[in-house]
Design a protein around this ligand. Structure first.
Ligand SMILES: NC(=O)c1cnc(OC2CCCC2)nc1N
Length: 325
């Protein structure tokens, strides 16, 4: 490798590492100015040597021309939906059904239910090759160009694995407020909530618009058979996703009993306003894959998971919003 090739390789490596620390671990290792200076150096070198542009270079996140439309994608593994629980009785029914099926020797993992847009990401030999919306669970829309603009989605994994993962794309509360503020100033229609804003941003045909919306993601599942990666439980799978370089939500909790899950739900019912992003519930999953396989699936949902949904926001807020003058 000549000097320029070496420098371009080094800049790609450094910017991947710094970008992962900043956008995935939320723990920057260099000041923004240093990151920007290295990125500008890479942009300049790539401009002079276009044949040396890596497909997964950080400069390639914001694609070129706007699309004419979105292609349809059939998911290799259907994207399942979660059945819902609305109160303690529903949760205890869920727990009882599981104990009737597999006995008492099992545990749960509880995680925050991110209120965003379900997405599927496919990687071949560690390179991000395709991203899609959930759609109807079987067929979604191909939105690769828009997903590439999300800095927390790695363009290259830390291992050269071929894998399909699922997660939630979301807009942080602060970005939502800033976006609506700027839309208000421009006399544009406001987004009703961060979920609609995230969905609207990912449905844009021009990736530059998605890139401007400061979206992020949490990845929470491997499509298909997790055992293929030597994993035996949901908790191990989330740790494995982190070692590959994916952002996974750290507010998850290992729970031995449904009472522990209910305590987790009560804690987050209180703490929810302090989160930087919207959640609409808590997802409870049986941890071990052997137990998940025993419990199986209904037509559209796993029997080993349930989503406790928070009560809808009090209607009173909409009444107060009415202009009383
Ligand atoms: N919105 C969420 O945060 C969320 C959604 N879905 C799932 O699980 C899927 C995958 C296995 C069953 C349903 N987990 C989540 N945390």
């Amino acid at each position: 490798m000549n000097e320029i090739e070496q420098r371009i390789a080094e800049l790609n490596k450094l910017l991947h590492e710094y970008g992962h620390a900043y956008y995935v671990l939320d723990n920057p290792i260099v000041p923004d100015a240093v990151y920007d200076q290295l990125l500008n150096e890479l942009i300049a070198l790539e401009k002079e040597n276009p044949s040396l542009i890596y497909p997964d270079s950080p400069t390639q996140r914001v694609g070129g021309t706007p699309l004419q439309g979105f292609k349809k994608v059939t998911h290799a593994f259907p994207m399942l939906s979660l059945s819902n629980a609305f109160n303690e009785l529903d949760l205890r029914d869920f727990d009882r059904r599981i104990r009737q099926a597999i006995g008492d020797d099992f545990s749960y993992v509880c995680e925050l239910k991110i209120d965003g847009l379900a997405i599927s990401l496919r990687y071949e030999d560690g390179i991000f090759v395709q991203g899609a919306t959930r759609g109807d669970g079987v067929v979604g829309e191909e939105i690769t160009a828009n997903l590439r603009t999300i800095r927390s989605i790695p363009l290259r994994l830390k291992e050269p694995v071929t894998i399909e993962v699922r997660g939630e794309a979301y807009m942080p509360k602060k970005s939502f407020e800033a976006l609506n503020q700027s839309r208000q100033e421009k006399g544009l229609e406001l987004f009703a909530n961060p979920r609609n804003a995230a969905a609207g941003s990912l449905r844009q045909l021009d990736p530059k618009i998605a890139a401007s919306r400061n979206l992020s993601t949490f990845i929470y599942a491997i499509g298909g058979d997790g055992e293929a990666y030597g994993i035996d439980s949901h908790a191990e799978m989330l740790d494995y996703l982190e070692t590959l370089g994916f952002p996974s939500n750290k507010e998850r909790k290992f729970c031995e009993t449904i009472d522990d899950c209910i305590a987790f739900i009560n804690m987050w019912t209180e703490n929810r306003p302090n989160l930087a992003y919207e959640i609409d519930g808590i997802v409870i999953k049986v941890n071990r894959y052997a137990h998940q396989d025993e419990l199986g699936y209904t037509a559209k949902s796993p029997r080993w998971a349930i989503a406790y949904k928070f009560p809808a926001e009090e209607a009173i807020t909409t009444v107060l919003d009415i202009d009383l003058t």
